[in-house]
Design a protein around this ligand. Structure first.
Ligand code: UGA
Length: 447
């Protein structure tokens, strides 16, 4: 039997990584995007965003590159995709709707509508995007109606759990694979795709459409809840004089709780957790189950409060007003090892201080271009040292390794005041204090 030929529609973090990983597993892969510039970059082996390890994987497989397997190609042609693929993975973005909690399904809808007329033989379409529960059922009917092969086109839902910054690792070595199917054929085909020597030992959960869709939103809601829980504890620690870092360590030793995702600080951001919990609440409301998820409103509100709290701590630290004060901000991305500034707590804090009259200078190892595009009126510097020059307060807002490795003495020589606020509880207070800094963090006692 000839090996399955795979297409990947949408080449963002998810699609570009999935396409490269499928080529790594030995499949012939064709990636499609509607943005020609992205396709040109990928076809030249370059990644349109910062994602560790992805460029190496592309170089190993993109057709035409020296020494590559040639298994991975890119196109903007739907007809070519329809002609080529036995399995079509749909990996397009589902952002938050403008001014609403609900999820914007227009990219998924339009990808399915563009693909369908080219499906002339029995193939499998696999949705990987994060969607409101009920979408798969609706899309399956749409595909059957629009595709020339009609009901011979099957749909499956296969949510993705990769983290930005670890996309390659998470795709090649997932914790679990979840597939929502209606028939045995879809399950058989997806087993052929995923049951490779590399996935040996990885649990495969086979379920129905709604459960598969819900697994993704439930997982992200749980993660968001865990972060807001520890941030709520940080608020209480601050009021009571406790130390949330010690508290997290101590509760994390209980295996039922677990130590991960208990880092208190300025909270979660990015293109996934915030919009996913909001879309989940909106969908539950449509289903008449809104009461089940009212706690997510609190999770969201604790999270947003963190940003405001950081701004208040900084304002208090500089004497009650930002007017005329120089503030250095270390970090702009929503987390380290990414260039993504979507809904970034760091950039939000920097922006609030700027709007309150502070002279903000931002430095981030990888997020500068995106930050400048989103917030052009902030000041930017090309190193941590340059950002800190003359600063009355330094804010550490994204925990890049580079910032943990900073020499407090060197930084101390260029600032006006040796005052650092650690919005990620990631620096070593002892080291900074020993170098003469006033170090303050969130949910920890002041020395
Ligand atoms: C998240 C999920 O972790 C992935 O499993 C999921 O596949 C992905 O969303 C998605 O839906 O596509 P990601 O957005 O890349 O991944 O980022 P996370 O590593 O989850 O971090 C999210 C935010 O939480 C960051 O701003 C991070 O700084 C913050 N965070 C994380 C904390 O504030 N404290 C923690 O303990 C952990």
């Amino acid at each position: 039997m000839a090996p399955l030929r795979i297409t990947v529609i949408g080449t963002g973090y998810l699609g570009a990584t999935h396409a490269a990983a499928m080529a790594e597993l030995g499949f012939e892969v064709l990636g499609l995007d509607v943005v020609p510039e992205k396709i040109e970059m990928l076809a030249a082996g370059r990644v349109p965003m910062y994602e560790p390890g992805l460029e190496e994987l592309l170089s190993a497989h993109v057709a035409g590159l020296p020494g590559s397997t040639g298994r991975l190609r890119f196109t903007t042609s739907w007809a070519e995709v329809g002609e080529f693929g036995d399995v079509h993975f749909v990996c397009v973005n589902t952002p938050q709707k403008h001014g609403e909690y609900a999820c914007d399904m227009s990219y998924v809808d339009s990808a399915m509508a563009s693909l369908a007329p080219h499906l002339t033989r029995p193939v499998l379409v696999v949705g990987k995007s994060t969607v409101p529960v009920g979408s798969a059922e609706r899309l399956a009917a749409k595909l059957a109606e629009l595709a020339p092969a009609g009901a011979d086109v099957e749909l499956a839902w296969n949510p993705e759990f990769l983290r930005e910054g670890f996309a390659v690792q998470d795709t090649l070595h997932p914790d679990r694979i979840v597939i929502g199917v209606r028939g045995e054929r879809a399950e058989k085909v997806l087993r052929e795709v995923y049951e490779t020597p590399m996935s040996e030992g990885t649990p495969l959960v086979v379920t129905d459409f709604p459960t598969a869709e819900l697994v993704k939103t439930a997982a992200n809601s749980f993660l968001a809840t865990k972060i807001s829980f520890i941030n709520a504890m940080a608020e209480v620690c601050e009021a009571a004089g406790g130390d949330v870092v010690k508290l997290a360590e101590a509760i994390g030793y209980d295996e039922r709780i677990g130590a991960k995702f208990l880092r208190a600080g300025i909270g979660f951001g990015g293109g996934c957790l915030p919009k996913d919990i909001r879309a989940f609440m909106a969908r539950a409301g449509e289903l008449g189950a809104d009461q089940a998820l009212t706690f997510l409103r609190e999770v969201d509100s604790i999270n947003m409060r963190r940003r405001g709290h950081m701004v208040e701590l900084a304002r208090e630290a500089v004497g009650g007003s930002f007017l005329g004060k120089r503030v250095a901000v270390l970090g702009a991305t929503f987390k380290p090892d990414s260039d993504d500034v979507r809904d970034s707590p760091a950039l939000n804090v920097a922006g609030q201080i700027h709007l309150q009259g502070g002279q903000v200078t931002v430095y981030d190892p990888k997020g500068m271009d995106n930050a400048r595009r989103v917030f052009p009126t902030l000041g930017y510097a090309d190193s941590a040292l340059a950002a800190a020059r003359g600063a009355e307060v330094v804010l550490h807002l994204t925990e890049w390794r580079e910032f943990r490795d900073l020499d407090p003495a060197e930084l101390g020589a260029v600032v006006t005041d040796r005052l650092i606020l650690d919005g990620r509880n990631a620096l070593d207070p002892g080291v900074w204090r020993a170098a003469g800094w006033t170090y303050r963090a969130m949910g920890r006692p002041r020395a």
